[in-house]
Design a protein around this ligand. Sequence first.
Ligand code: UD1
Ligand code: CA
Length: 426
Amino acid sequence: MKNIIAVILAAGRGTRMKSDTPKVMHEILAKPMISHVVDSVGGAGVKSIILVTGFGSDKVQEFFKGTDVKAVLQKKLLGSGDAVNTARGQISKFAKGDCLVVYGDTPLIKSQTIKRLIEKHAASSSSLTLLTAVLKNPTGYGRIIRTPEGRIVKIAEEDEAKTYKKEIKEINVGTCIFRCEDLLEALGKIKPENTKKEYYLTDAVKIFSDSGKKIESITIEDLDEMIGVNSRVELAKAVACVKTRILDELMMSGVTIQDPSTTTIYPDVKIGKDSVIYPNTIIESGVKIGENCHIGPFARLRPGTEVKDKAEVGNFVELVRTKVGENTKVKHHTYLGDATVGKNVNIGAGTITANYDGKNKSKTIIGDGAFIGVGTILIAPVKIGKKALTGAGTVILKGRNVKDGAIAVGVPARILEKRISERRKS
Ligand code: UD1
Ligand code: CA
């Protein structure tokens, strides 16, 4: 979709968050709210994305540094119309195209919905296509005013909506798409004539209608999509909603989640089919888990972790930046950080990698078929060879690599050349 520019409005301070962090930078499962919106817009196929920033603009810009997302600064918060006008220069470059507007404080909007809006807009060749919703309680939202024939003629914001005799239940979600030329013309005509003395973007609707321009709409199906986040209570509701979406999607793809109410899986996690996630497990962003794995209960898999097919990660195990090979078992009370563990390895209960010496993080490598005894401490950097064995309570000092098939015992570890079982054989 080359000829669409998206403008995401994110200048508001979010006073009710009571925070030094701009509202849109508050996180939903380790990802700023605004980033959820940007991903939905990107997921709908829109390539050019402009963020209108204001309060805490530097924090927002810092986050998107190095990406294609561009930020413009709205110096004074004069309303949503003024916010879009801040991106005028960029919108002008798409003079023959369309401008999608999304509010940065509705982080649950889905790509499919944005796609549907874009498609309707294109198919109906309208000047403006709005996303609307029908609510039992429309208080606080802009109300969609239609003629008896159903033509949209204006949006009445809260103050004005009160003057209508009949209560109007159809509201403006905020996401909408304009023909750029028409938008630019309308922006010049919007006046701050309301109790808030703000430039309302929604006044463009009446301007369009008065000049005979076509306005269309689609109605949102899932009302969760329009949850606005204005306080930390609403933020928690948005988190709950994103959590459910992620778990539902994984279950639909063939993953068993034994207790969704105590399981948290962050965005961008991949889990193969027939894997089982036990209660009270946390799996953070970017983690990859293969097929037929058993994870938890009470496991925490942090970013950079990859677990191959048929592996088991049990209770009170924390993994970070760690690879666990096929059919390997890490079943009880273990911390592995910056470790690469081969296949068919058994990691005994209470095994700990000492990966951080206060300055640097170092790697631990454990070869295929190794057997790590209970309570082993591996002071990184260290390498344990294939089929090597460590005795219970062994402390392997930094750099004291254990060769393939060798055995290490004691504190600090003494390294014997052959695993006992193999010596017995010979
Ligand atoms: C807005 C809509 C309303 C709609 C509702 C949906 C207007 C005038 N009204 O009302 O029709 O039902 O959203 O949630 O648009 N912003 C800026 N700069 C500003 C002002 C706002 O960037 O100067 C941003 C805010 O950060 C926010 C968005 O625009 O992301 C909407 O502004 P807000 O003040 O929250 O409008 P609402 O009163 O919620
Ligand atoms: Ca709002």
